[in-house]
Design a protein around this ligand. Structure first.
Ligand code: F7E
Length: 356
């Protein structure tokens, strides 16, 4: 039996489906969502799975911030694998919600580990911690892998670095099968609307049907290594299936700028962008019509930015046999097409009914 904390976001929803395919019974923690990382599409897939397989998907409304909730959960159920995905996952928001971000992302991890240790369950549980490429922070060039030093620049990344070290410490000090996945950015149609990729694909879809004329973005030159969340959840599962616990980078090995992402997304609906101006005044213009399609708003710049991420998943490829299957172009196309269906009122699956 597996526990996903939390199950209601992009990663939880895909991992839940993957584990169901493998024959697992999946328990998931569903937090009452009030923050910016609300991902209604992802949640709707989880609710659909719970409706379809009521004996296989069990949802626990709760919060990893509540130690008594965790104690009850781990006392009343016997878990063999615990996937810790719960986070305040928006890096920009972490500058405004520093304590909350630390409480969830850093101490939340420790609360889970402490619960396992307090109940003396360390010999029967495998524990996965969702670490993040944001921990590499100020790196400017080259590839980042498991040996790259952490140089976090945001409260989000500092908290994720803490979560990394308490996880590896639990492995070394207490013999818990505890592993970190250092995942680079991973996207999909189920991504929350406040992450740049989905903001762009949803904006492009809205432009295409005439709901809006322009997308407003922050730093167009930040570079990220973007992969597909389904590929990355396969990687997470592979990490947990090893006999020996270890930490792994999961990345595509390709890096692109936000600017390149928006160009690729516009191309899916037949818009070719030309760039005019510099800095805050830069605009992306529709080459055919001359209409402004992209603007820059300095309010969306981060107080401290990670300028460049480019991962090397060589260890995962060699030891786990993991490679990404979905190309950058296929990812962008899938996201734009899914958002087109959404804005046209024909989403693939969108459930709102819930027994919670
Ligand atoms: O930003 C720039 C922004 O918010 C990507 C999370 O899953 O991946 C994600 O963190 C880049 C940044 O993701 C806008 O400044 C420009 O440079 O999509 P994002 P992120 O911060 O990289 C890591 C691996 C995680 O672990 C995190 O949980 O895009 N950018 N304009 C913008 N970003 C946003 N959100 N909105 C803009 O308008």
């Amino acid at each position: 039996m597996d526990l996903l904390g939390s199950i209601g976001g992009q990663d939880g929803s895909y991992l839940c489906e993957l584990l169901l395919e493998k024959g697992y019974c999946v328990h998931g923690i569903l937090r009452h969502r009030t923050t910016a990382d609300y991902a209604p599409l992802a949640l709707s897939y989880v609710l659909a799975a719970a409706e379809e397989f009521p004996n296989k998907v069990v949802l626990h409304p709760g919060d990893i911030l509540d130690p008594y909730f965790l104690l009850r959960l781990f006392r009343d159920h016997s878990y063999s694998e615990v996937y810790h995905l719960a986070a305040q996952s928006h890096v920009g928001t972490s500058f405004d919600l520093q304590l909350h971000t630390s409480d969830v992302n850093a101490l939340g991890t420790l609360r889970l580990i402490q619960t396992i240790l307090a109940l003396r369950q360390e010999s029967k549980i495998k524990f996965y911690n969702a670490c993040s490429s944001e921990v590499f922070g100020e790196t400017r060039d080259g590839c980042q892998d498991e040996s790259t030093p952490f140089r976090p620049v945001s409260p989000y990344a500092a908290a994720k670095a803490f979560s990394f070290w308490v996880t590896s410490s639990a492995r070394k000090a207490h013999g818990l099968f505890a592993v970190n996945g250092i995942l680079f950015n991973h996207e999909s149609p189920r991504r929350g609307l406040d992450f740049v990729t989905r903001k762009i694909t949803f904006g492009v879809a809205q432009m295409h049907v005439g709901c809006t004329t322009c997308i407003t973005l922050g730093n167009l030159d930040a570079r990220r290594d973007w992969g597909h969340a389904i590929d990355y959840m396969r990687g997470v599962f592979a990490i947990m299936m090893q006999d020996v616990p270890d930490d792994y980078v999961i990345a595509t090995g390709e890096t692109r700028s936000v600017r390149e992402f928006v160009v690729a997304a516009c191309r899916v609906v037949g818009i070719e962008l030309r760039w005019r101006g510099t800095g805050d005044q830069e605009v992306g213009v529709d080459a055919d019509t001359g209409d402004i399609r992209v603007r820059v708003d300095p309010a969306l710049y981060r107080p401290a930015e990670v300028p460049f991420l480019h991962g090397s998943a060589r260890k995962a490829t060699t030891r786990l046999g993991w490679t990404p299957q979905v190309s950058f172009e296929a990812l962008v196309k899938e996201m734009v097409e899914s958002d087109l269906a959404l804005v046209r009122g024909r989403p693939a699956k969108l459930r709102t009914a819930s027994k919670l």
